[in-house]
Design a protein around this ligand. Structure first.
Ligand SMILES: NC(=O)c1ccc[n+]([C@@H]2O[C@H](COP(=O)([O-])OP(=O)(O)OC[C@H]3O[C@@H](n4cnc5c(N)ncnc54)[C@H](O)[C@@H]3O)[C@@H](O)[C@H]2O)c1
Length: 255
């Protein structure tokens, strides 16, 4: 097997449609020599149907990151398909509607708690659930949306992403001794189900289309997926706690 990820065994979360960033990661990873196990949330039969569009068959196991039982037996269920893991991709985000689209001042704690549980805390819980299968050289990679700024409609999801960025640094700190890296890709806006659930998302689309120095394609998940592959590969052996921007350069300009 040849390719950037030849022989690597990956757990990829977050596929719900073929527009999911995770779908592009899984597809490119297979094309580059990796063996992929997917996790699905909720609509398992839909995820299984989408998985059939990958170049190679990929098993799907059910994981709701807020379900402690799913996490407790995750390693055993993954072991039914692969004998270990070299990488874990966290491509999961959710916030109730009250938390988005300008609702920052009114969103109740219960809704904010859900957003933080699914989008922030789960980065650590997923990594820990997979840890028994991992060894030195392994990598955890997640997806963020630049949380250094307050965006007009991102609200509590922005806070959740700021927490995710910090959680990734702490994971890097705590798993570094075991030789396991934790890095994030900060993607620009992409038209996925998660993005469409944000009222006013078109504001991001317009901003990126007008201002990203390299230009920005709202329907091309591949650049973000390629960065995930690079971070999962052996070509970033001494990089952890890092955030790689894949946003056409938008973060670098003042606008
Ligand atoms: N689309 C964008 O513009 C964009 C930009 C930057 C970062 N991101 C991030 O990329 C990641 C993937 O999102 P996407 O844009 O591909 O959208 P998507 O809707 O395709 O994927 C989101 C995934 O989260 C999963 N999920 C939600 N709740 C879950 C739970 N409780 N347990 C397990 N899985 C759960 C969904 O099933 C879905 O597969 C998210 O972290 C998102 O915030 C997206």
């Amino acid at each position: 097997m040849s390719g950037l990820l030849a022989g690597k065994r990956l757990l990829v979360t977050g596929v719900i449609t073929d527009a999911s960033i995770a779908f592009s990661v899984a597809k490119l990873a297979q094309e580059n020599g990796a063996q992929v196990v997917l996790t699905g949330y909720g609509r398992l039969s839909l995820v299984e149907r989408i998985a059939k569009r990958l170049p190679e068959p990929a098993p799907v196991i059910e994981v709701d990151v807020t379900n402690t039982e799913h996490l407790a037996n995750l390693a055993d269920r993954v072991r039914e398909h692969v004998d270990g893991l070299d990488g874990v991709v966290h491509s999961i985000g959710f916030a109730p509607q009250s938390c988005l689209g300008g609702g920052f001042l009114d969103a109740p704690w219960e809704d904010v708690a859900t957003a933080l549980h699914v989008s922030t805390y789960s980065y650590k819980s997923l990594a820990m659930a997979a840890l028994p299968l991992m060894s030195a050289g392994g990598a955890v990679v997640g997806l963020t949306f630049d949380a250094t700024k307050a965006w007009p409609v991102y609200d509590w999801m922005g806070v959740a992403k700021a927490g995710l960025e910090s959680a990734s640094r702490y994971l890097a700190l705590h798993l570094g001794k075991q030789g396991i890296r934790s890095n994030l890709v900060a993607a620009g806006p992409l038209r996925t189900i998660a993005a469409k659930s944000i009222p006013g998302f078109d504001q991001f689309e317009d901003a990126w289309t007008e201002r990203a120095p390299l230009g920005w394609n709202l329907t091309d998940q591949e650049p973000a997926a390629r960065a995930c592959l690079a971070l999962l590969s052996d070509w970033f052996p001494a990089t952890t706690g890092e955030i790689v921007h894949v946003d056409g350069g938008y973060h670098a300009i003042g606008a």
